[in-house]
Structure formats: structure tokens, C-alpha cells
Design a protein around this ligand. Structure first.
Ligand SMILES: Cc1ncc(COP(=O)(O)O)c(C=O)c1O
Length: 394
């Protein structure tokens, strides 16, 4: 059976060039980067090259400010919980306050829940607009003297909307608040994810969203974090003091090498092509709906398609489509050959908190599908998927 992968926001295939770069570190160059002998030195050199590759793409001058993690989940947890632990230790009496939004990834919402429950800190979850974007005016209202951190997703993993990051970071810094972003989906896709465009203090990213391997990611921690109220981040993992004491554990050298190579291969002009592919896919579906609506005997409710999320400020290649009056969560099972994602089933079978946050009804959520087009999606793949969609929708 032919299969087409249109779920590049859940994960991406490893680029063969990335795999080629990784293989030696799974074979002859298998050394531990912490070992003081030629095997270790070779591994360490490769790790430091990867660190530099990430720093370059982020516009970070000191590559040591990049810490390797097991992925963006760990990076987000380290940024949020690590700061909270440190503040608790340094200033036990401070009732710290944090600001985030209702449309964040669960790996950001999770640690915020922990600091509310276990640290008794206050967290404000700001509402998002109908496109799922955080509005600066909304955030401003909630700032308090004891606000220590703002954390906002750069590009939304479910609906693709891009937040006004420059304005949000300016607001944070004007008020002496640290600014963290979960850039897992935006990193490698939009060139603004760079310190020269937006002044972030911490940034989380992941290998498997950019054609690198799974199980590896990174957290950028700028110098301001050390100078902030907590005086840095408390590690979540203790042991051998790796990563400047911020994250213990033997480094995943092949994974890190893969992440570094994936970063080196980031190409923003390719993202323009991916944008065009998404536009083609959407237009073809819209044309099809126009045809069936004009030829139907008007006995059926009109079939329409609506783009969830912002129409322009969105991640390249990501579409979240609402097929009005159509239970896509049920139809999707008849399209087993096309890998797309129904955002209605998020996590453990609940209803997408992001689609809820933008005000969709349960019916509208059940009618929505996320489609993720990527580097390796061909026109032939899109045409095959379009035909499948049309057959099912008919
Ligand atoms: C926005 C966002 N943040 C964090 C993560 C978690 O990344 P990882 O799988 O590397 O832990 C994901 C992955 O789904 C994501 O899309």
C-alpha cells in the first residue's frame, strides 16, 4: 500500500545527509565525549562542532550557552522548572509570578502546573486571539513586580500561527522579566528565530522536527539568566556535571552530531517552496469544494473548508483545516494511506486545548485536521493525498 506522510509537525524523516554524518559516531567513533583519550577527543570535537552549528543558526555568539538535552520537552522543563527551583532556593519568601498562554505545548503547560502545585507560585495563562496568537496588550495587563518569566510558543504546533515574538520580548525586557520561547516548530522554518531579530533569553528546540534524529534537542540559556533573580537554572538531572553542570548524563554523541548537521542544512529558501506546496494543496481542495457545491442538488449542507490559525503569519507547510459539517476524526480512519493528524485527539484522548483556546466548538474541533508538508513531500505525494481526500469527502 502506498503511504504518504503529511504529518511533518509531529516528526520529520531523518535527512539522509544527517544519517551519513551520524553513522561514524555509531561505529568506529563511538567514544564518550567526556573521556580523556583519542576516542573521547574525537567525540568531543564532533559535539562542539554541533554546538557551534546551532549557535550559528541562532545568532548566538558563545556556543557554550547551548545545552544539549533529550529533546524540547526536557529543554522546556529545564527552562521553567530549573528557574523556579533556583528562585525557591535563593529567595524562599519570594512569591514569584510567571506568564504563559493557553495555547502552549503540553511540555510547557506541564512544568507550569508543577510550579503552581508544588511551589505555590502564580502562573497567568493569557487568552489567545481567534488565530491562536498572544496579544501584547493582553500580556501587559498581567505583569506584576514579582513576574520573573514569560514563556510563549514561537509557532504553534497545532495551528501554525506565529506569535509577535519581537514585541513580546521587548515587553518582557522593558519590565526586567526573562523571556523564554518554545521554538520547536519555528526553528529552522523562519529566519527570525535568531538573536539578531528577537532578543530571547532562553529558547528550546528539537532535532526530530528539523530532519534530525529523535531524542535530542537543545536549550539556549543566555547570560541574563545567570544575572536574574534566581541566579541561573537549577539542573533537573544530577550526576557527572556535564553541560556546564546544567544537565548530567553521557552525551548522545550520534544524536548531537545529527542535530548539528540538521541545523547546518537549514535552508530558508526551501521553506518558501514548502509554503507554495501548502498553498497548492489548499487551493486544490478549495476548488474541489466549489465544484461539488455548484453541482450538488442543494440537498446536502454546503461543504466548505476553513483554515484554522492565522491566514498569513503561519509556519510554512502547516495547514490546520476545518472541513465544515464533516466528522474528520471518523473519516480519517478511512484514509489510512495518508498520515495526517486529527487535532481532536490530543494527548490521552482529550480535546485539543489549542482549538478550544481559539474558540472552536466541539463539532468544529472534530472537523479539523492538521496537515504538515515538509522537505521530502513531492507534488506526486500531494496529488495522491488530494485524490484520497476527494474520494473520502465525496
Ligand atoms: C511546540 C513543541 N514543543 C515541544 C515539543 C516536544 O519536543 P520533543 O519531542 O523533542 O520532546 C514538541 C513536539 O511535539 C512541539 O511541537
Amino acid at each position: 500500500m502506498r503511504r504518504v506522510f503529511l504529518d511533518n509537525n509531529s516528526t520529520t524523516p531523518v535527512d539522509p545527509r544527517v544519517l551519513d554524518k551520524m553513522l561514524p559516531y555509531l561505529k568506529g567513533e563511538f567514544g564518550n565525549a567526556a573521556s580523556n583519550h583519542p576516542y573521547g577527543w574525537s567525540a568531543l570535537t564532533a559535539v562542539e562542532e554541533a554546538r557551534t552549528s546551532i549557535a550559528n543558526i541562532l545568532g548566538v555568539l558563545k556556543s557554550k550557552e547551548i545545552i544539549f538535552t533529550s529533546g524540547a520537552t526536557e529543554a522546556n522543563n529545564t527552562a521553567i522548572l530549573g528557574l523556579a527551583y533556583k528562585i525557591k532556593k535563593q529567595h524562599p519568601k519570594l512569591k514569584a509570578h510567571f506568564i504563559t498562554s493557553k495555547a502552549e505545548h503540553s511540555s510547557v503547560l506541564g512544568p507550569f502546573e508543577v510550579i503552581e502545585k508544588d511551589f505555590a507560585y502564580d502562573v497567568t495563562y493569557v487568552e489567545v486571539n481567534e488565530f491562536g496568537q498572544v496579544e501584547v496588550g493582553q500580556v501587559e495587563k498581567y505583569i506584576r513586580p514579582e513576574t520573573v518569566l514569560m514563556s510563549f510558543i514561537w509557532g504553534n504546533n497545532e495551528i501554525g500561527s506565529i506569535n509577535p515574538m519581537r514585541l513580546l520580548s521587548e515587553l518582557a525586557h522593558k519590565n526586567n522579566i526573562l523571556f523564554h520561547t518554545d521554538a520547536t516548530q519555528a526553528f529552522g522554518k523562519i529566519s527570525e528565530v535568531n538573536l539578531n531579530s528577537v532578543k530571547f533569553d532562553m529558547l528550546s528546540l528539537s532535532g526530530h522536527k528539523i530532519y534530525g534524529p529523535k531524542g535530542v534537542g537543545a536549550l539556549y540559556v543566555g547570560s541574563k539568566v545567570k544575572d536574574s533573580v534566581g541566579g541561573g537554572l537549577h539542573p533537573l538531572l544530577w550526576g557527572g556535571g556535564h553541560e556546564d553542570g546544567m544537565r548530567a548524563g553521557t552525551l548522545n554523541v550520534p544524536g548531537i552530531v545529527g542535530l548539528g548537521e540538521a541545523c547546518r542544512l537549514i535552508n530558508y529558501s526551501e521553506c518558501e517552496d514548502i509554503k507554495l506546496k501548502a498553498k497548492y494543496f489548499l487551493m486544490e481542495l478549495q476548488n474541489y469544494f466549489q465544484i461539488i457545491n455548484s453541482t450538488s442538488l442543494n440537498k446536502l449542507p454546503s461543504k466548505e473548508i476553513k483554515l484554522n490559525g492565522h491566514p498569513v503569519d503561519r509556519l510554512p507547510g502547516q495547514l490546520n483545516l476545518q472541513f465544515i459539517n464533516t466528522r474528520m476524526d471518523q473519516l480519517i480512519h478511512q484514509m489510512a494511506s495518508i498520515a495526517v493528524s486529527t487535532t481532536s485527539a490530543c494527548g490521552s484522548g482529550g480535546v485539543s486545548h489549542v482549538l478550544k483556546a481559539i474558540g472552536l466548538s466541539l463539532n468544529e474541533i472534530h472537523s479539523s485536521v492538521r496537515i504538515g508538508i515538509g522537505r521530502f513531500t513531492t507534488k506526486d505525494d500531494l496529488d495522491f493525498a488530494l485524490q484520497t481526500f476527494k474520494n473520502i469527502l465525496k
